[in-house]
Write a protein that binds this ligand. Structure first.
Ligand code: GUN
Length: 293
C-alpha cells in the first residue's frame, strides 16, 4: 500500500516557521506582515477559502484584512481597490480570489497588482521570473509550490533521471508546476484533456501531478507501479450512501485504486489543500521581509 503523504502535517510545520519568521521581523523592525484578501460576489467555495485564508493569517500574527465587493461591482471598482492596496505600506501581500464574476476581466485585474505584492504569483513579472529561473525575487504560485514541497519531502529535491507528468495546463497550477519540476531537473510532460491516450502518458510518470478538476479521472491502471502521485483536485460529488443530499470531496485521482499501485499519494482532503494556504502565508511573510529590506 502507498504511503499517505500528510499535507496537513507538512502545512502545520510551514505555518510554525512562518509564525516564527513573522514574530522575528516584528521584533526586529516593527513590521507586521500585512495580507489583504479581496473577494467579489458570493461564490460559496470562494467564501470558504477566503475565510480560511483570513483565519490562518491571524493565526500567523499578520495584519489581516478582507475586502468584499458585491457581485455587480465593476472591474474599475476592483482595480481602484487594488491600487489603494498597492499604495498601502501596511499591506505586503494582495490576493484577489478567483474566479471573478464573468463581467470582470480577471487577467486585466491581476496585472494591476504590484508584482512585489503578488503573493499568488500570477502577475506576468512573477510568471516570467519563474519561467526563467529568477526565483530569489519571484513569488511562486501557492498550490504548485506546496505540491513541490510534498514531492521534495517524499523523494528529495533532485529529480534528475525522473519522469514527471502534469495533467492540466492552467496558469494557476499546471504550467507553474511543470516549471518547478523542470527546475528540479525532472523530464517533464504537460498533458491535458486533448492529449491522445492520456492513460499511456500518465503511465510513464515517476511523479504524476493531477490538476484537471475532474473527479477521480485518473484510474489505478494509469499509474506506474511505485510512482509518487500528487492529487491537486478538490471536487465535491454527491454521496447518496451517506444519506440524502449528502456530498463528499474527492480528488482527480481514484484514491482507492491508486494507493494499490503508487509508492506514495496525497489524500483529498488533507493533501495539497492545506499546503496551498500554508504557502500563501509563506509568500506573505517573504514579501514583508523584502519590503523591510
Ligand atoms: N481560486 C482557486 N485557487 C486560487 C488561488 O490559488 N488563488 C486565487 N487568488 N484564487 C484561487
Amino acid at each position: 500500500m502507498a504511503e499517505r503523504i500528510d499535507g496537513k502535517a507538512v502545512a502545520a510545520e510551514v505555518i510554525e516557521r512562518v509564525k516564527r519568521a513573522a514574530d522575528a521581523l516584528r521584533e526586529k523592525t516593527g513590521t507586521k506582515t500585512g495580507l489583504a484578501v479581496v473577494i467579489v460576489g458570493d461564490d460559496p467555495a470562494s467564501q470558504v477559502y477566503v475565510a480560511s485564508k483570513g483565519r490562518m493569517a491571524k493565526e500567523c500574527g499578520f495584519h489581516s484584512v478582507e475586502h468584499r465587493l458585491p457581485e455587480d461591482a465593476s472591474g474599475d471598482e476592483l482595480i481602484d481597490l487594488v491600487g489603494r492596496l498597492n499604495d498601502d505600506p501596511s499591506i505586503h501581500g494582495i490576493l484577489v480570489q478567483l474566479p471573478l464574476p464573468a463581467h470582470m476581466d480577471a487577467g486585466r485585474v491581476i496585472q494591476t497588482i504590484s508584482p512585489e505584492k503578488d503573493v499568488d504569483g500570477f502577475h506576468f513579472i512573477n510568471v516570467g521570473k519563474l519561467g526563467t529561473g529568477e526565483r530569489e525575487t519571484a513569488f511562486v504560485p501557492c498550490t504548485p509550490a506546496g505540491s513541490m514541497l510534498l514531492i521534495e519531502r517524499t523523494i528529495g529535491k533532485e529529480l534528475s533521471g525522473k519522469t514527471a507528468v502534469v495533467v492540466g495546463r492552467s496558469n494557476i497550477v499546471g504550467k507553474p508546476m511543470a516549471n518547478l519540476l523542470l527546475a528540479a531537473n525532472a523530464t517533464v510532460t504537460i498533458a491535458h484533456s486533448r492529449t491522445p491516450d492520456l492513460a499511456a502518458v500518465c503511465r510513464t510518470a515517476d511523479v504524476l501531478v493531477a490538476a484537471v478538476g475532474r473527479p477521480e479521472m485518473v484510474r489505478g491502471d494509469w499509474i506506474k507501479p511505485g510512482a509518487v502521485v500528487i492529487d491537486v483536485g478538490i471536487n465535491r460529488i454527491d454521496a447518496p450512501e451517506r444519506g440524502e443530499g449528502k456530498t463528499r470531496l474527492v480528488g482527480d485521482v481514484a484514491y482507492g485504486e491508486a494507493e494499490k499501485v503508487a509508492s506514495a499519494i496525497t489524500p483529498v482532503p488533507g493533501g495539497v489543500g492545506p499546503m496551498t494556504i500554508a504557502m500563501l502565508m509563506a509568500n506573505a511573510v517573504t514579501s514583508a521581509y523584502r519590503a523591510a529590506g
